[in-house]
Ligand binder design. Sequence first.
Ligand code: ASP
Length: 363
Amino acid sequence: MQNIFKLMLIALLFLFYIGLPANASATDKVISSLPKVVIVTTGGTVAMKYDSASGGVIPALSGKDLIEAVPGLEKIATIETVEFCNIDSSQMTPKIWRDLSAKVQKILGRSDVQGVVVTHGTDTMVEGAFFLETTLQSEKPVVFVGAMRSASDLSPDGPANIYNAVLQVGSPQAKAWGVTVTMNQFINSARHVRKDETTNMQTFSSGEYGYLGYIVNDRVIRFNNILIKNKFSLPNTLPKVPLIATYAGDDGKYIRHVVDQGIKGLVIEGVGAGNVNTNVFHAIQYAISKKVPVVVASRVRYGGVYALYGDEGGGSSLVNIGVFLAGDLSAHKARLLLMIALAQPGMTQEKLKALFSPHTFNE
Ligand code: ASP
């Protein structure tokens, strides 16, 4: 009789062993083989809904709401959300991007995290992505993503964009791209991406540099590796660096005015390949005489700026008086780079010159 009990006990233990624990460990295995992706939410249209009181879309969705709206996300990654802020990206500041960069750096330092997705408004996404690209010290992927259509739109683009961004973080095809802006299936480098359309879903492009890749049918396709990396440590505070766009007939008065406000650097959005008129040339000369470093970019979207023209105000004449040319950078990104560079201890004219000198590619 005793033997029968013993046998029954052994049989029960055996069943328990191959039953519940076995299933639990199989489940664990499935979960742990998925990449851990942290989604840091900051707001933008992707997190907005129509509000009848204001007659427009306003911030409405939490991080949890955002991921719940993406079917199948749990099959491609283990998601954690961090709600950083919930604002329209027109309200972003370099200080907020500084704090965001510190937060993302901390998350990337975790050994269990494969990479980070940052949800962000599209209006200033290219600047936010570029700020993080310049100040993050990790090799892990960071993907900026948002939406052109809000959650109350007839066909919102946010869910598919978030799905693709998470997919990219987990993909071996997407290594070493640094920070990207990935929307509407296209992957852009933070450095070259520009916003082209105010309301259309296909709004981000990279001009002559091309897309880094494309996401289709749950696959990341790698097109190129054109990357230019300027890495700096994250500053605690950022100096005042205004950006002034010039125009036909500009008398240079506003440039002289901001120089007299005690600014630490100045970015001028010039015309063509990096040219300004004679009045602006003299105003820039005034800034340089006051030891204010000046960077000249262009209002033209693509092509970059060069020392081509030698007449007073031409790119070559600007370089001769000590101006730095923004190269392939837009005026907005050149401004952020100048701010971050000027905040570094021991920054010199020589180092600034090297930073803004024509493109060096890291393949
Ligand atoms: N105004 C919105 C923002 O930048 C636009 C968007 O997200 O698409 O926050």
